[in-house]
Write a protein that binds this ligand. Structure first.
Ligand code: AMP
Ligand code: ZN
Length: 450
């Protein structure tokens, strides 16, 4: 299996340290709002990664975090706390906000048929570990204290700039003067924030005799250490994480434990919508409910995502989503025909090993989809595909309408008697259940309309 590795910036053969315990960590969402389709795109790519690893015979042990502790709206340790912002918006407590949007996220996760990680870790359950990590960094001389928190001194970690190929000199020159004068270096980041007198911050923990809360990169380091142990095999996230979040995660973990954090790093690119950035002000932060209102299932969207590649920039449009929906419907109808033993196709036979080869080549899902379009699949092949792509194509009960076959026979009998009124009634009744009857030269077969 070959994967792109952010560390070496090249595609490499992936070999886990222990094939029975492939340790994977995915940076999860901040649970202060519904996930939009851009956020969900990333988890769809990683679901395909997990499925590909499993098909290759590896046993995956994956952790995903939910950032339920307030952190700041910008990467620069400044700005408004996202959970506090959500609480103000909805007149709820930060805890209620975190609980509500964690549940909403997991609901989206399931409706996209994403394999649940072995562990979903909430950041607020790891505060003790966060504090222990700050203590360790301080003991080893990597931190310094300012009036508003404890900072990691990036100048003490000599490889700080390497991962993201940062130009620290340029960053220093470009830094705003008014910006946190107490920081020693532009890239230094808070590992712990103090709550100043009079400052309104609902989530707080006691450390060094005063209330505060962890810096936002900290949770990933402590959760990985506690739940998986380092080094892990694969760390995933979005490209936005490369210059700050992951760079800082690497610095603080490797400085504290003198061990590599992750052997492979995979980052997904961003999607735009109608060639524009996803943003509240443009009103294009579509959620799965928005798609449902427009008649699209979460799995139509999942197929749209799998038509692209995690490293590529993608543009979303409803026209393309409609095409993905039709493609999925077409596949489900090919399966319906297979159930009815009607071979409608004359394509070469599908080979599972070929599909897995595409997947194993740096997660090339689009090539698998084209291959599906151009080959004839048996029911077992479709089940294999479902397992690999997670598109819920094969129904667990093939004849969704229990009396479907009876209905088709009744219609045939009515037509034979030239009782077209009854035949039409049956057709209308089935249409209400999104089923149509096709009269083929091999006899009538049922197909799905949606
Ligand atoms: P957040 O909850 O803001 O931390 O975002 C959750 C995940 O969604 C992160 O991994 C981001 O990289 C990812 N993400 C946010 N916007 C987009 C987008 N437009 N396209 C793809 N991924 C995105
Ligand atoms: Zn993270």
């Amino acid at each position: 299996m070959r994967l792109y590795n952010q560390i070496t910036k090249s595609i490499e053969t992936f070999k886990p340290l222990d094939p029975q315990n492939v340790k994977i960590y995915t940076c999860g969402p901040t649970v202060y709002n519904f996930a939009h389709i851009g956020n969900l795109t990333s988890y769809i790519y990683w679901d395909f990664l997990i499925r590909t690893l499993e098909r290759n015979g590896f046993k995956v042990n994956r952790v995903l975090n939910l950032t339920d502790v307030g952190h700041l709206a910008s990467d620069a340790d400044e700005g408004e706390d996202k959970l506090e912002k959500g609480a103000k918006r909805e007149g709820k407590t930060v805890w209620e906000i975190a609980d509500f949007y964690s549940k909403a996220f997991l609901k989206d996760f399931h409706s996209l048929n994403l394999i649940e990680p072995q562990k979903i870790a909430r950041a607020t359950d790891y505060i003790k570990e966060d504090i222990a990590l700050v203590d360790k960094l301080t003991e080893k001389g990597y931190t310094y204290e300012t009036s508003d928190g404890i900072y990691f001194d990036t100048s003490k970690f000599s490889t700080y700039a390497d991962f993201a190929r940062l130009d620290l000199e340029k960053m220093r020159a470009g830094a705003r003067v008014e910006f946190n004068q107490e920081k020693k270096n532009t890239a230094d980041f808070a590992v712990w924030k103090f709550i100043k007198d009079g400052e309104d911050h609902a989530m707080k923990w006691e450390y060094l005799g005063r209330p505060g809360y962890p810096g936002w990169h900290l949770e990933c380091s402590t959760i990985i250490k506690a739940e998986l142990g380092i080094p892990i095999d694969i760390h995933t996230g979005g490209i936005d994480h490369i210059p700050v979040h992951h760079t800082n995660e690497i610095a603080q973990t490797e400085a504290a434990f003198d061990t590599k954090l992750s052997r492979f790093w995979l980052h997904c690119n961003f999607i735009t919508i109608d060639e524009q950035k996803i943003s509240k002000s443009l009103g294009n932060t579509y959620t799965l409910s928005d798609l449902a209102e427009k008649g699209f299932s979460p799995l139509d969207f999942k197929l749209w995502v799998l038509q692209g590649h995690y490293q590529g920039e993608r543009n979303f449009s409803f026209t393309d989503l409609t095409a993905a929906k039709n493609r999925r419907l077409n596949w489900r109808n090919r399966i319906a025909a297979t159930y009815q033993d009607i071979a409608l196709e004359q394509n070469p036979p599908f080979e599972a090993s070929k599909a897995l080869e595409f997947a194993s080549n740096n997660l090339n899902s689009s090539e698998i989809l084209a291959y599906i379009d151009n080959t004839t699949l048996t029911l077992d092949d479709w089940k294999y595909i479902d397992n690999l792509l997670g598109l819920d194509l094969v129904p667990s009960t093939p004849n969704q309408t229990p009396n479907l076959i009876d209905k088709i026979s009744q219609r045939e009998a009515a037509r034979a008697k030239k009782d077209y009124a009854t035949a039409d009634d049956i057709r209308d009744e089935l249409a209400k259940q999104s089923i149509t009857i096709l009269d083929t030269d091999k006899g009538p077969i049922w197909q799905l309309l949606a």
